[in-house]
Unconditional design. Sequence first.
Length: 619
Amino acid sequence: MKKIIFAGAFLTASFAFSQIKVLEKVEPAFWWKGMHNPEIQLLLYGKDIAKNEIRFSDGIVAKDIQKVENPNYVFVTLNTNEINVSKFKIDIQNRKKNVASYTYELKERNPNSANRPSFSSKDVMYLIMPERFANGDEKNDSVPYLTEKANRSLPNGRHGGDLKGIINNLDYLQNVGATAIWLTPVNEDNEKTYSYHGYAQTDLYKIDGRYGSNDDYRELSRELNKRNMKLVMDYVTNHWGISHWLIKDLPTKDWIHWFDDGEKGFKRSNYKITSQFDTNAAEVDKTLALDGWFDTSMPDINQKNPLVLKYLIQNAIWWIEYAELGGFRVDTYPYNDKDAMAKWAKAITDEYPNFNIVGETWLNNAAHISAWQKDSKTGEAAHYNSHLPSVMDFPLYGEIPKAIKEKDGWDNGMNRLYNSFTNDFLYPDINNLLVFFENHDTERWNEMFNSDPKAYKLAMTLISTVRGIPQIYYGTEIGMRGDKNKGGDADIRRDFPGGWKSDAQNAFNIAKQSAQQKEFYGFTQKLLNWRKGKNVIHTGKTKNFVPQNNVFVYFRYDEKETVMVVLNANESDQEIELSRFSESLKNFKEGKEIISGNNFSLQKTLNIPAKSSMILELN
């Protein structure tokens, strides 16, 4: 067959001919009865499989059998409502002789599966890069069939963190106050180097062997569910790794995006995803933003291809059902075809009405980001509904460090936070925003602020008490640092101290934390565990008061409770006149500060120390 050339790598279907059997793969490997959408599209892969006949036992008749330009693939659509057996045979026949067969199983679905709980503003999401968190099973640090081997001395190498390491430390995660755990991708990433981050996946149905197995992943989810916690999968629809088995032997050329004027099909994205809602954008710019590749090793997936879209929908649903997931975070959301992704999100939420999906919408203003949230008025103006329940509040993320560092000014200091919140009217579901001050792609907060606990406490107070879903990044709660500018991504993804037997210190053990680590951890633990039971924070209304003298005061309230939050970004103590807040203070006489436990009078003035916060439950 004709060779397919990708950015210097020679990938050819003839390579597969010498390696594969008549029936090598069936995806998904099994399914469930009782799904909202009863149709299942099976991908059958094997040497020249399209030249054979596809037969089914038990009188089962396919709704559709689709052959494509590559004879190694056949796509078969079945209606599971018409199948009355739990197992049936798929036979591959040549001249009426069986040359291969596969026993397909339709499992019994959990009757409560469709209404599974998902992450919401009641949760605190804890982001883990599994490779750098904890090594629970040293035997899987290197795996014979996976290319890159463990080498902890390499900053960008494989260090051995795995799923067992996370399971071993669930007490720590629960005690710190996390209720939802977002893992960066753990599906197989079999690139030669720099594979630890997982975003160049090479098998969407298989957990990377260096993390464990599919069963280990499901065990982690079940152990979290026992603790009333949720597992959030990092799902990547925009690109796969160039070593993905489907990329090596493409079903159709338009499974991925090609550029005839690029280098062997490759052209890098211009990353200008703002062009998607620019009514005056040039088509060449819009196309390059969406169809351009992230890197030479990450072919851009074409979601407009119906077979691709169906594959992505089914794979997502398979993982939700199999691993009992509590949500998705979707990488590089706006870089996908937006109409196809609207169908993707709707298919998932039709199947699971309560399921939450947050898209990485890395844009700089609320008007652009709000257009990506389901039922958005800004999206409606562009005749578009994403069906995506949740988005990430990147504008707030960008303002938080400036607000804490800067002196008072018309648009500086705490006014940056106030100005950001004035855009809340743009979002159709304001409680369903992910709020954060760092993640695995950004500068470490404690690096920017030189491990200053005061700056950390201000930022944590903010994201834990405003509308939305707070997200924290592993290790920040013990003061972990990392310099992205000097050390690159590897430095902001350092190994958690104590995750490896050889580590000098085990910070998972609170008793062995340093004094500084205890200060960070103790504050975080108290704040987040207080937040767990506070409906007024989860779903209450907000009253913002324009900052004065670099002090920002806002109230969260509902019919039962009122909480007053005060943020002082000054280098000096501030005394605030309480009469200004009378419309929210009403007849409240005092407030109990939730960290210190001290009571404060609310009669005339309130003194707040320099670079500090107060969270007052009003009595």
